[in-house]
Design a protein around this ligand. Structure first.
Ligand code: ADP
Length: 395
């Protein structure tokens, strides 16, 4: 099948929304979002109703396949797979690891299989790209038996974005993907850093869940676990309240009341101390990860900023990498304020600092087509597709 002749529908089913985009080759020809699923007042009652609505509104003649975004593939999936009953069962088994996301992703798969029984369905996992992280990077230093029993390890997320962006970085620099080491910084509402060595993820800041790592719109990122015990014992917080605090009322919103970086930047420019502090906490955390991943990689060829904040905030890019000249890292102020995919470091700099617009849907299209063609994308996603087995930790 030639790339241009394919028609791929990409589905991203969240807990209360369905995002969809229809591609002819690499061109998006239709798309949209259905929101407020299952909420009183307006939205469709469930994912099935939402998907029926979406599919009814699209011209699906000659549809090649549906590519589904699936958040958690656990240790089972190191690459995208063609969906069959065993894959559905495995995604189901992983629900305890992603209680908010996997059920919605699964609903999308099941309804699409039902409504489009003759169309191949492909599952593309957020975690898959990170299955190349060595055990030493995926293991938390706790009792191994406890960790094994409860599936506690670093899985990492945003894999589709880090894979796409690191490959694009190599293309931008006109270097072979297999030969360069990249630190990819995905700074959207969720945020994560990833060290990519020769096309393979070797470290990432999100962990067992998307809560760990960088400061995010509403998530705290890294913190001392004792904070949780303290809130429980001294503050009388229920576990669900702490979960809510750290996932939805922390990060930028916790520090400033605003989860939108544009508002934080504006308030900082007006001289507001809380916004200024949030900016410093945010960019200092990024710098710490850049330093850590520099050490892990040994040699860094590129640092790439992506997603809403990474693509659009020169202030955050400059502050996150300030003072790293001794590591060969610098941002050229003129190039920093430009637009489009580009290199923003000075020409003589040892490390190329880049801005690349991420495109997770397009990556899902490419991975879906690759699965159908039994072809593997370069590095990173070249792991053989494992036979799904029931996860040890959850059986
Ligand atoms: P999501 O993770 O939901 O896909 P995005 O990648 O769109 O989110 O990123 C959202 C973040 O990008 C928000 O914090 C938003 O404030 C920020 N953002 C968008 N445009 C700008 C801009 N021009 N300058 C700074 N931040 C921006």
């Amino acid at each position: 099948m030639s790339g241009d002749a394919t028609r791929i529908l990409v589905l991203n089913c969240g807990s209360s929304s369905v995002k969809y985009r229809l591609y002819a080759g690499r061109d998006a020809v239709a798309g949209g979002t259905v929101e407020r699923i299952g909420e009183s007042g307006g939205g469709p009652a469930n994912h099935e109703m939402a998907l029926r609505e979406v599919l009814a509104g699209l011209d699906l003649t000659g549809l090649t396949a549906v590519g589904h975004r699936v958040v958690h593939g656990g240790t089972l999936f190191a690459a995208p797979v063609l969906v069959d009953d065993a894959v559905v069962a495995a995604i189901q088994d992983l629900i305890p690891l992603a209680p908010l996301h996997n059920p919605a992703n699964l609903a999308g798969i099941e309804v699409a299989r039902q409504l489009l029984p003759d169309v191949p369905q492909v599952a593309v996992f957020d975690t898959a790209f990170h299955r190349t992280i060595p055990e030493a990077g995926a293991t938390y230093a706790i009792d191994l038996a406890v960790a094994e029993r409860f599936g506690i390890r670093r899985y990492g997320f945003h894999g589709t974005s880090h894979a796409y962006v690191s490959r694009r970085t190599a293309a931008l620099l006109d270097r072979p993907y297999e030969e360069i080491n990249t630190i990819s910084l995905h700074l959207g509402n969720g945020a994560s850093a990833c060290a990519v060595a020769g096309g393979r993820s070797v470290a990432t800041s999100m962990g067992m869940s998307p809560l760990e790592g960088l400061v995010m719109g509403t998530r705290s990122g890294d913190l001392d676990p004792t904070i949780i015990f303290h809130l429980r014992r001294e503050g009388g917080f229920a576990v669900d309240d702490i979960d809510d605090l750290l996932n939805y009322r922390s990060g930028l919103v916790g520090l400033t009341g605003d989860n939108d970086m544009r508002a934080v930047l504006r308030r900082r420019a007006e001289g507001e101390p809380a916004a200024s502090l949030a900016f410093d906490v945010y960019s200092r955390r990024i710098k710490g990860y850049v330093g850590a991943y520099y050490a892990l990689l040994g040699r860094v060829d590129a640092i790439t900023f992506t997603a809403g904040i990474g693509e659009k905030s020169p202030e955050i890019r400059a502050a996150s990498l300030a003072g790293l000249e001794r590591l060969g890292i610098a941002v050229d102020p003129q190039r920093n304020v430009g637009s489009g995919d580009r290199v923003i470091s000075p020409p003589e700099a040892e490390v190329a600092v880049c801005v690349v617009a991420t495109d997770e849907e397009l990556e899902i299209v490419e991975e879906t087509v690759a699965v159908l063609e039994h072809r593997q994308l370069p590095a990173g996603t070249t792991q053989p597709v494992p036979e799904p087995e029931r996860p040890k930790a959850l059986s």
